[in-house]
Design a protein around this ligand. Structure first.
Ligand code: AKG
Ligand code: FE2
Length: 214
């Protein structure tokens, strides 16, 4: 008798299975070793080089075709990644993201066809007020992915936590703080989980993106 898993043409990936189980149960997953250490170090260096060279711009509210800058809502600087033009570290990052998307499509019929990612730098004391990652003219975002690229001496007392607003079994809202520890990856349902970024007392680095339908 051949099991169902063997009939499907894929190998079970324990890390992806963990992520799927978390998201189905809680709407989010926190993974501390999703990407290899050298990917994190390489991305951090690439981000800092580009930030130094002045390639970043002030992040806006809305999507790329409908932008307004409101620093009282968000104060970060971003640089969109160009998937047609990747260095080896970025290729490693997107390789894993593509592998995850294919796995989700195969096992959960998520229909992920597109993605968009940007680097983000929050200077000390900047924040992003509570929001949902969807826009009036773009409801295609399914999963939000945030991977922290902070320096290795980052401590929880430096702040900069991501706060996810969740509901308990009685429907009562409670905040869940996720500290931006280097290499930590948070994945959550873009259309369901409101969240905010609290100010840190030092520069906060990340790569953030969305897995999208259509
Ligand atoms: O950096 C984070 O922790 C979350 C960023 C975020 O919410 C966003 O860019 O939409
Ligand atoms: Fe967000």
């Amino acid at each position: 008798m051949v099991g169902l898993a063997e009939q499907l043409d894929f190998e079970e990936n324990p890390l992806f299975e963990q992520l799927i189980e978390d998201i189905l149960r809680d709407g989010y997953s926190i993974l501390d070793n999703f990407f290899p250490q050298e990917t994190i170090t390489g991305l951090r260096k690439d981000l800092l080089d580009k930030y130094e060279e002045d390639h970043f711009k002030k992040a806006a509210i809305g999507n790329r075709t409908n932008e307004v800058i409101k620093t009282e809502i968000r104060g970060d600087f971003i640089l969109w990644m160009d998937e047609a033009n990747l260095n080896p570290t970025q290729t490693g990052f997107f390789g894993k993201i593509n592998e995850l998307s294919a796995y989700l499509n195969k096992t959960c019929f998520t229909g992920i066809l597109r993605k968009e990612f940007h680097y983000a730098v929050y200077p000390a004391r900047k924040f992003y007020r509570r929001h949902l990652d969807t826009f009036q003219n773009d409801d295609c975002r399914r999963l939000s992915v945030v991977c922290y690229l902070n320096e290795n001496d980052w401590l929880p007392e430096h702040g900069g936590e991501l706060v996810l607003y969740l509901n308990d079994e009685n429907g009562k809202e409670y905040p869940k703080a996720v500290f931006p520890m280097p290499g930590r990856t948070v994945i959550f349902e873009s259309q369901k989980i409101e969240h905010e970024v609290k100010p840190a007392n030092r520069q906060r680095l990340s790569i953030t993106g969305w897995l999208k339908t259509r």
